[in-house]
Design a protein around this ligand. Structure first.
Ligand SMILES: [Zn+2]
Length: 503
């Protein structure tokens, strides 16, 4: 019996064929999208999510295996398959020890914004390449690759280094902008799109108990944390599809679309709020509009859709309290202040903390050196001070991480996957589950399940629809796409090919 079963298994495996190469990869990220948004609101999905959930391969235990679980890191993982230790994207922000300044994952003073004034952005801090980059290398640039989002990092990082363009929304001007990294001037179709002032149509529009401001900067600022940010991004993606003839070239094209409003709404209201419910159900409609546009221009049979979230989110402190759950909110700079106070009292006056973003602390290494102190000892002192803060769960020093001397339980492994020797902070800390630092209603960034569990869905020809319960990692997306597209896996890719969904 066992032999027969094994034989059948082998035959089934042989029969699983790699899906045909699509004309277009439509790679979608929803910013701050917990896996349970698929199940909690399932009965209300009649459009895009319904299509994905009935016709797609739905992985219900997909995890991020890195820390911190924030936008830049999730978006860089999506189509590179790399952990931050390898990709170099260790956060949304960090202190660059060589440039001696605060940088973001995509800030690039060597470029200029197009469509507004100021410095532009680029993928130059991303150390690895993406699926789009591999495609372009393999077919000598025949593939067209475009990234779109409300946020610069969410447009730039999935698209990659050799992308034809990345576009994002700039609330200062209320339009889509780009960077001189891609071209010297915005394409005509982008200027046309912007000249119609598409954000203005949301002036005074109501959603739930909220009313959008009447005009100008207040209106554009309010777009992010409303369902209308996603509508704008979808409309822009439709235009890009037509103008760039995506899916109509003699090669596979890639369109990456990241919907950011879910993140802004989530931060402001929490995952169990009416607002989160509303933006999620509206995302169902927005996705279907995008699918319809792709259907009429390329035909969905020729398109491989892949969707994920870049991270989840914790319940708000108020939601926790209502449910007799642990959790609460501490001022954002509690740990930073405790660390600085301890270092002042032990080593003398000074601004010992050079920068602190999310759950990271960068110390002033020049100050440490000028006082002839042992940097590792200073970091140990800082770590003790950080751990002295109530509801701090773990503290890791740079030295512990470098030596690999941290407990490799589930938390430790994820923190290790986030450690890049050149860019990581002097101290990394985590709050206890459900606790958070900062003033927003809720946030994300930890290694815990509510932050690392997201949907992964593939839909297209040759993909076997169904629910897949085996544990996978989001890093599996990139090598899976590489296999389907017959290109080399991106340079930092650490995942496996999800061949169980091949028909
Ligand atoms: Zn966020």
């Amino acid at each position: 019996m066992k032999k027969i079963a094994l034989f059948l298994l082998a035959v089934t495996a042989l029969m699983a064929a790699t899906p045909p190469k699509p004309k277009l990869v439509l790679a979608i990220v929803i910013d701050q999208f917990r896996y349970d948004y698929l199940t909690r609101f399932r009965a209300e999905y009649t459009a895009g999510f319904n299509r994905l959930l009935t016709r797609g391969a739905v992985f219900n235990d997909a995890r991020y295996v890195h820390f911190p679980t924030v936008t830049a890191v999730g978006h860089s993982t999506f189509l590179t398959g790399a952990t931050p230790s390898i990709s170099g994207i260790v956060g949304n922000d960090w202190y660059d020890r060589e440039e001696q300044k605060h940088v973001t994952s995509v800030s690039d003073s060597g470029t200029k914004l197009l469509g507004d004034t100021g410095d532009g952005s680029s993928p130059h801090r991303l150390l690895v390449d993406t699926i789009g980059d591999e495609l372009k290398m393999s077919d000598h640039n025949k593939s067209h690759v475009v990234g779109i989002s409300l946020k610069d990092r969410a447009a730039i990082l999935p698209a990659g280094h050799s992308a034809d363009a990345a576009y994002w929304f700039d609330p200062k001007v209320g339009n889509f902008v780009s960077s001189t990294y891609y071209f010297a001037d915005l394409p005509g179709w982008v200027k046309d799109f912007n000249s119609a002032h598409p954000a203005d149509k949301f002036a005074g529009v109501k959603w739930l108990s909220h009313t959008m401001p009447q005009s100008g900067k207040p209106l554009y600022d309010a777009i992010d944390a409303s369902p209308f940010g996603n509508e704008l991004v979808e409309a822009f993606a439709e235009r890009a599809l037509q103008a760039e003839q995506l899916g109509k070239h003699d090669a596979t094209d890639v369109l990456t679309v990241s919907f950011s409003s879910n993140d802004y709404v989530g931060h402001a209201h929490g995952p169990y709020s009416d607002e989160e419910h509303e933006v999620t159900v509206r995302t169902d409609k927005v996705l279907e509009r995008l699918f319809q546009a792709v259907e009429s221009s390329v035909g969905l049979d020729n398109v491989l859709v892949v969707l994920t979230g870049d991270h989840g989110v914790a319940p708000s402190a108020e939601e926790d309290k209502l449910n007799h759950m642990p959790g609460g909110r501490l001022p954002g700079d509690t740990v930073k202040n405790a660390v600085n106070a301890a270092l002042v009292s032990k080593y003398g006056d000074g601004n010992w903390v050079k920068g602190s973003w999310d759950l990271s602390i960068y110390l002033d290494r020049d100050l440490i050196e000028s006082k002839h102190l042992d940097a590792a000892e200073v970091r140990r002192t800082a770590a003790r001070a950080a751990f002295g803060v109530q509801h701090v769960f773990r503290v890791y020093t740079y030295d512990q991480m470098l030596a690999g001397a941290i407990s490799l339980d589930d938390v430790g492994r994820r923190v290790t996957n986030g450690f890049n020797e050149r860019r990581s902070p002097d101290l990394t800390f985590l709050p206890e589950p459900y606790w958070m630092f900062g003033s927003s209603t809720t946030t994300h960034g930890t290694t815990f399940s509510y932050d690392n569990h997201v949907p992964v869905i593939f839909m297209g020809s040759g993909i076997r629809p169904g629910r897949y319960s085996e544990s996978i990692i989001v890093n599996d997306i990139a090598p899976t796409l590489a296999s389907i597209l017959d290109v080399e896996a991106p340079s930092g890719s650490v995942g496996r090919i999800l061949s169980e969904m091949f028909q």
